[in-house]
Design a protein. Sequence first.
Length: 253
Amino acid sequence: MERPPGLGDGRSSSLRRGLVALELVAQSGKDGVTVTEVAAQLALDKSSSSRILATLREAGYVRQDVNRRYFSTPRLGKLAHRRPGVLDLAGLARARLEQLHDQHDEAIHLAVVNGGEMLFLDYLQTSKAVRTEIPMTPRPIHEVAVGIAVLAAVEHVERAQLLRESLAAGQDRLTPAQRKELSRQIELAQQRGWASIEHGDDVTRVAVALTDGDHNPVGGICLSGPSYRIDPVVEELAGSTVAAAAEISATLR
């Protein structure tokens, strides 16, 4: 990795060092970067570099995986100019999500994979009187329907890695019964082409993964609403959601 230009000779401000650290993480791509590597590039000790990375992580611009390597997050894309790509997924998907919303007038979420979590980027609420209020806070992959859709769209080895990161991001360990149920949900999603999840809240969710040019899942969309309203027409809603996801995925290729 090349030393970034314009770092200075010790007189650089904390902001300047933070920005350079963010550039280093972003440039590391899919391999990520360690605290030691960042410290070497910034000519700082590891503790100082660790504090900088911790600040960026708390702000949501970088994440740390189970191997303690740092990666940039989709939030970084919000600082960039609009251009085709996964980081601009919210902009690319918005028009198609609005079409899906106009068609069925149910709540729709858009989320991307962010380490072991799903990061929600967009939310279209229903105009109907009875509605569901689902928070936009990041959630471990295995705890949400869009996450189940992502897990169902990857091969076994990658799924195992995603699950490890997801469980590390969660608060509780899964019991054997919960693991069995999760496996059942993933298998069901693979069979029917869309995912759901049961939270005991009388809400039915229909989620489909979004894939990039290499057909790797990068996120997902989820249509949801009260079960009494969704269940009688779930196949129709699933078909529409699958079609919307396919069109959005096509823009990433």
